[in-house]
Design a protein around this ligand. Sequence first.
Ligand code: PGA
Length: 251
Amino acid sequence: MRKPIIAGNWKMNNNVAATKALVADLAPLVKDATCDVVICTPYTSLAAAVEATKGTNIKVGAENVHWAEKGAFTGEISADMLVELGVEYVIVGHSERRQYFGETDATVNARTKAALAKGLKVILCVGETLEEREAGITAEVVRRQTKVGFAGIPASELDNVVIAYEPVWAIGTGKTATAQEANDTIKVIRDCMAELYCDKCAEERVRIQYGGSMNAKNAEELMAQPQIDGGLIGGASLKAVDFSIVVAAGK
Ligand code: PGA
């Protein structure tokens, strides 16, 4: 009912040459995927990624977008600029942006609205830190991030926003949430979406990925969970074979 979506988050990796090489390796490996396949690349590699993925089933995403249409925002990139390049997706609110670049729930909301207004699909990230998990407030944190993140976004846009649940302590650490932990927290997020929109919307239209050290070894177990609709993959998305194994699990 909910089509799985496996997205690579390349972060600050792969220049243009490496992008072309990785897409060339990846495309034949994922051509029969039954899930949506996305690669999110640095801004400087987007044009090359769009070109290299033409005629394939791989979609291209950016890793951030500004909320304003244009203006005095040195170093920022607008949704129009991404659309012009042929980019279809954008990650918003990744925990590294929240942690190192002052991203807040309110700016996540502003970026999401700006992206949707220009027809981009958004991968909106939520997730608790280790301190928050240990304090027993995981549900509270992801509910707050979800509610503020979706403030003012109409139900008609639900097909265009994917939520990525990424426990911060599991990102790049090799520590994965257990499949059960991931499933349980994603259920909390889905219940929150049901409250914000409707039961049917949350059940049928809201896709929620897991992210955080998801890889070729654990993807199948994670994807077998009923609440998990895909993955946002960092480290393992940089290797074509590893990423293609995760994609194959996305069914
Ligand atoms: P990881 O990163 O797979 O390297 O843990 C996931 C992410 O940050 O999106």
